[in-house]
Design a protein around this ligand. Structure first.
Ligand SMILES: [Zn+2]
Length: 309
């Protein structure tokens, strides 16, 4: 092999490395969100945002939110009054309460060549800066990507969501409460394992109703997304329900008309089932950012249509 041939081969290997890195960072995967039961689920066993309602004013809730973000240790003792001083911590130090354990893909990335890891990190950072993270499509034909960047924040009722959607979520809930509605996030981020649990539980329920195992699995698959294909695994999807004392449809109607103002879209609208593959879910909202949400709302399209998928 001549020197020129060697040089050419080295360049080809180098290019291949970059392509593989970009591909790993960019691949999308398919998802189906499981369908909730048609009637709003029971709330009595779930500690919720109701805890915050006894506090004097929505502004106080917001301040505590800032404190929660600012200090992981203080955040875990949410009700501690002495946390007030932490409001002075500058925003740059803000951190989520909990971070997602690294996925297998992330772990692998750490063990690959340093240059590849750096390139991947730059790709993720670039995507974050441009807001692309909020437009990650996950459905039955677009499973979760092997690598995606998620930092979780734990709500007071124990539900986790991506920390980047939290400020807009808090603002939306504050505004709803100011109008006499009391919503709460019933479901947020799910691990793959929890998604499997949801699936297994549904299968068991069908078996208990007398279905054979094969039929039970088939029926469950109609209602529950296969692990690895649920939008909830992104941390950007939330199921919003009404607290006791608030009518569910009052909440759903308000959300349908206003959630886009806060960056959330009704992800599975009525009449779009053939596009989304999911039945109408008035409680399931997906964060896409305010700009995209406004466009999606005004055009009356689904995320699939908006992204041209
Ligand atoms: Zn959902």
């Amino acid at each position: 092999m001549t020197d020129n041939e060697k040089l050419g081969l080295q360049r080809r290997i180098g290019c291949l490395g970059v392509i593989v890195t970009l591909a790993v960072g960019g691949v999308l995967v398919a998802t189906r969100c499981e369908k909730n039961p048609a009637s709003p689920p029971p709330v009595e066993t779930i500690p919720t945002f109701a805890e915050t309602q006894t506090e004097p004013a929505s502004t106080a809730i917001t301040e505590e939110t800032v404190q929660t973000s600012a200090s992981p240790t203080e955040a875990q003792t949410t009700a501690a009054p002495e946390t007030e001083r932490n409001a002075e911590i500058p925003p740059e130090t803000a951190r989520p309460v909990e971070t997602l354990p690294p996925t297998e893909a992330q772990t692998q990335a750490e063990t690959t060549a340093q240059t590849a890891a750096e390139t991947a990190a730059q790709t993720v950072a670039a995507a974050e800066n441009s807001g692309e993270w909020a437009l990650q499509l996950v459905n039955s034909t677009h499973p979760l990507p092997e690598h995606f960047d998620t930092e979780l924040i734990r709500l007071r009722n124990g539900v986790n969501v991506d920390s980047r959607i939290y400020p807009d979520l808090q603002e939306m809930f504050d505004d709803m409460r100011a109008q006499g509605m009391y919503p709460f996030v019933r479901e947020g981020f799910r691990t793959r394992e929890y998604q499997q649990e949801v699936m297994d539980t549904r299968i068991s329920e069908y078996i208990a109703q007398g279905y054979g195992e094969e039929e039970a699995r088939s029926l469950a698959a109609d209602y529950v997304a296969k692990p690895g294909t649920s939008e909830h695994e992104l941390g950007l999807a939330i199921d919003i329900n009404a607290e006791d004392g608030t009518d569910s449809w009052t909440v759903y109607s308000w959300l349908a008309a206003h959630a886009y103002e806060y960056g959330f879209i009704l992800r599975y609208p009525e009449g779009k089932e053939d596009i989304t593959g999911i039945s109408y879910e008035p409680w399931h909202y997906r964060y896409v950012g305010k700009e995209a949400a406004a466009e999606i709302y005004e055009q009356g399209v689904t995320l699939e249509e908006y992204l041209g998928e």
